[in-house]
Design a protein around this ligand. Structure first.
Ligand code: SF4
Ligand code: SF4
Length: 376
């Protein structure tokens, strides 16, 4: 189905780079981010523009492999390849790159990235307890000081709260689009859900993001449901995906499934609501960001709780856990996740380990077809 609001959104987001350059010319600073643990609210409170730098394209990987090990995660190689080639307009526009100490591969890549761009290392703890929270809050204070100096502004408490409220509006708008897939059948394919999340994340002006997403949610939300569908409903969890690293979602849908929920940091992890609004703005941001249920945390109980909730809300028939080759954190976690999905959710589970290159597509197609046949 062709939705007018979706077409408008595509037209507007096709000009994301141009818009970013206009904003930069007007004097706004650009802060590149590799991970959602970096609170975008701090960047917005400095009146700067946050941009995502996670590489999702295979094209830059061969260049990266001239420096990085071939066995490294494709997301890291793709991101670094863009730096070597100087071929990413978002990285080129970045006045500062904030680098969270998440997995080992990324940490070491950031050292090399420092040869190309000013890099600020944000030291993310690997646990989510009270001590770690106090440490993380202190790290955010130091990051705030750095942003103030790069952007030549004072980040006030008031500006931070305004940013929190703006991001909350964005989260609600994006959630209302992603939640359309709770309908049976989902009016949006998994590829469309991914495309919306991906394109929105590059829109430099948050008010534009909110407006466009609200328009999509309204138009599709008011449309009549299509006829019943027997397509199995899949929840995709695991590593980040984007346009360019979407092959598993595409394969599932080509094989007749409907990917209704993408529980990764490109999609559903972005719409987590703030748990508490008490304390200072930095208290709220520290708590909210440290609580992200990513496999870099040890242990990572939030992933199981989230999965249970989403599997129920989206009435899924099966769970697929996607791991990029070389991503040890997600790969190690997959066996516990399989056990949880089988024993607690009573759902079929498929783990896929792959890279960005398309050379294994036909093998994956056969595995996915066999998995879907088992669900029928
Ligand atoms: S998967 Fe985890 S470490 Fe990687 S970008 Fe997402 S939140 Fe950050
Ligand atoms: S997918 Fe895994 S290895 Fe790759 S950057 Fe994220 S946490 Fe690191």
């Amino acid at each position: 189905m062709t939705w007018t609001s979706f077409q408008n959104f595509r037209t507007i987001t096709d000009k994301n780079v141009l818009r970013l350059q206009e904003e930069k010319k007007a004097g706004r600073k650009v802060i590149g981010q590799y991970c959602i643990y970096s609170p975008t609210e701090l960047v917005l409170a400095a009146d700067a523009i946050p941009v995502s730098l996670c590489g999702t394209k295979n094209e830059s990987i061969p260049t990266a492999e001239s420096v990085l090990p071939r066995t490294l995660c494709p997301l890291i190689k793709s991101s670094f390849g863009f730096a070597l080639e100087d071929s990413c307009p978002y990285l080129a526009a970045s006045d500062l790159v904030v680098a969270d100490t998440t997995c080992d591969g990324k940490k070491k890549m950031f050292e090399l990235l420092g040869n190309f761009k000013p890099v600020y290392v944000l030291e993310l703890p690997q646990r989510q307890n009270t001590d770690a929270l106090a440490y993380w809050r202190r790290q955010l204070e130091l990051y705030k000081d750095t942003l103030e100096s790069v952007c030549r502004v004072t980040i006030t408490e008031d500006a931070l709260w305004q940013a929190i409220h703006l991001v909350e509006r964005f989260r609600k708008a994006l959630k209302s689009v992603l939640d359309l897939a709770k309908r049976r059948p989902s009016p949006l394919s998994g590829m469309e859900l991914l495309e919306i999340c991906f394109r929105a994340s590059f829109m430099p002006v948050y008010d534009d993001r909110i407006q466009e997403l609200e328009a999509i949610a309204k138009e599709i939300g008011q449309s009549a449901s299509e006829e019943k569908s027997k397509a199995p409903r899949i929840l995709l969890t695991g590593v980040p995906t984007g346009l360019g690293s979407h092959k598993v979602i595409k394969l599932f849908e080509e094989c007749g499934a409907s990917v209704v929920c993408i529980d990764n940091c490109t999609c559903y992890k972005k719409v987590r609501a703030y748990q508490s609004m008490s304390g200072s703005a930095l208290d709220v941001l520290a708590k909210h960001s440290l609580d992200i249920p990513c496999a870099v945390m040890s242990p990572n109980p939030g992933r199981y709780e989230t999965l249970q909730k989403l599997a129920g809300e989206f009435s899924v028939d099966a769970v697929c856990d996607l791991t990029w080759q070389g991503c040890q954190t997600y790969e190690v976690e997959s066996s516990s996740l399989r056990k949880f999905v089988h024993e607690s959710l009573k759902l079929p589970f498929l783990q896929i380990v792959t890279e960005y290159a398309e050379s294994d597509c036909e093998q994956l197609r056969i595995r996915i077809q066999a998995f879907l046949e088992m669900l029928a």
